[in-house]
Ligand binder design. Structure first.
Ligand SMILES: [Zn+2]
Length: 444
């Protein structure tokens, strides 16, 4: 076992579960350990308090005339239950079949620690780094980063940087270096459909009043055409079209073809907006989804009732350049316009976040691609992601810098699940990646 792997195992022993207050002391101890580790390798490091779990900042000596690179990671982890499904203890890391098995192995301790160990090696060899570096390690990512934006605001000048790197996303397949340059945004809402003053007997009144569950069904059905296209007026107005090179590259990306989606989802067939591949549908096209619905009798047997109300929860994944506030307003108008007679509706908007997109062919994007090529010995693929990482947008808005998404996670890493794991070779590739990245960014 290399010394780097041994140190990672030590890091993984902290049960730094951020959501559970019983582990608050462990989260802090883990942050303190990171501060010590950063100092040991020659960085200056401090714990910064937030109302809950501390942020760790570690920096080399900053000199004028060099690029300022910020590397973000998080040292908190998800809870471990159900514990009985783990092959080995989540906080007693084990190495089996070339993988490290522990909670946080991939998400995010293994990935962020690869960067720290890359810096450690460069510092040991050269006594300094080719760039001004700031590590920002958060202890609240798994609870939605409630205090990170305020922390960035309060240290805006100190943290202002040229570019940000984050390894907290996926690789499309083992050994295939992957750079992400886009994330979808989101906006959510909840719809309540109300009809009669109380639940009614379906024999005495059925046929004479509109059933709110039926009305809800009609409203949900009005969102798409039979081919999966969203029918909300103006929904696609601001959607940035896919570029030719994206369609060409994504068609070659392993692991995201129709057969892969069928296998991963277990769905009997795929269904989505016509004219787009599954990768295009999930990375670059917006959606309207029902996340849950309810109303009326749901118990055993039958109850001949006409429910007084019905409800559904919706989320809309957004792409550049859709504006969440504009879209949720269009959704509200759509429901009002299509509301059947005999019921009233109330639509309550939920949380939202903008989509993220950075030019992968910019100076830093190209430098990152050269670094990925060096670390993995293979041409990287450029992808967008279907999910949302709101802090990436905060980085851009508050620190004014774009983020390079250099994920090292495999699809079967079991993040947030029992038996989370991280291949030792990915950890080692991450160390090489960090070294190549800082060199390439410095030279760019
Ligand atoms: Zn996570």
């Amino acid at each position: 076992m290399t010394s780097e792997v041994a140190q990672l195992l030590e890091f993984l022993r902290f049960p730094s579960i951020s959501t559970d207050t019983r582990f608050a002391g462990d989260v802090r101890a883990c942050g303190e350990w990171l501060v010590e580790k950063s100092r040991e390798i020659g960085l200056s490091a401090e714990l910064h308090e937030t109302p809950r779990h501390p942020v760790v900042i570690a920096r080399n000596e900053h000199r004028p005339g060099r690029k300022h690179v910020l590397i973000y990671g998080h040292y908190d982890v998800q809870p471990v239950d159900p514990l009985n499904l783990w092959t080995s203890d989540p906080f007693q890391p084990e190495i089996r079949d070339g993988r490290i098995w522990a909670r946080g192995a991939t998400d995010n301790k293994g990935q962020m620690f690869a960067h720290l160990m890359g810096v450690a090696q460069t510092m040991a060899t050269h006594g300094d780094l080719p760039v001004n570096l700031t590590f920002l390690f958060e202890g609240e990512e798994e609870i939605g980063s409630p205090h990170l934006a305020a922390f960035l605001e309060n240290h805006r000048e100190w943290l202002a940087c040229d570019v940000i790197a984050v390894s907290d996303t996926g690789m499309v397949a083992p050994g295939v270096p992957t750079m992400g340059y886009g994330l979808r945004g989101i906006t959510c809402g909840e719809l309540v459909v109300r009809g009669p003053a109380r639940d009614l007997h379906s024999g005495l009144f059925g046929g004479a009043v509109m059933n709110p569950a039926t009305a809800l069904g009609r409203l949900i059905a009005s969102l798409h055409d039979a081919e999966g296209k969203v029918l909300i007026d103006g929904f696609y107005d601001d959607v940035r079209p896919l570029e030719a090179w994206e369609r060409e590259m994504w068609a070659q990306v392993p692991g995201v073809g129709e057969a892969d989606f069928l296998q991963v989802t277990g769905a009997p067939a795929l269904f989505g907006e016509a004219g787009y591949s599954p990768a295009e549908q999930t990375w670059a096209r917006p959606t309207a989804e029902v996340n849950g619905m309810g109303g009326g009798y749901q118990g055993e047997g039958s109850k001949t009732v006409l429910p007084a109300e019905a409800m559904a929860k919706f989320s809309f994944r957004l792409v550049p350049d859709q504006d969440p506030a504009d879209i949720i307003e269009k959704v509200r108008r759509h429901f009002e316009k299509h509301c059947p007679p005999g019921v009233t509706i109330e639509f309550v908007p939920g949380h939202d976040g903008k989509a993220y997109h950075a030019d992968p062919h910019g100076v830093f994007g190209k430098a990152a691609q050269r670094a990925l090529q060096k670390a993995f010995g293979k041409e990287p693929v450029l992808i967008r992601e279907g999910g949302s990482i709101p802090i990436i947008q905060s980085f851009r808005e508050i620190l004014g810098a774009d983020t390079l998404l250099l994920g090292l996670a495999l699809a079967d890493a079991q993040i947030h699940s029992p038996n989370e794991n991280f291949p030792v070779e990915n950890f080692e590739a991450g160390i090489r990646l960090n070294q190549a990245l800082l060199e390439e960014l410095a030279a760019s």
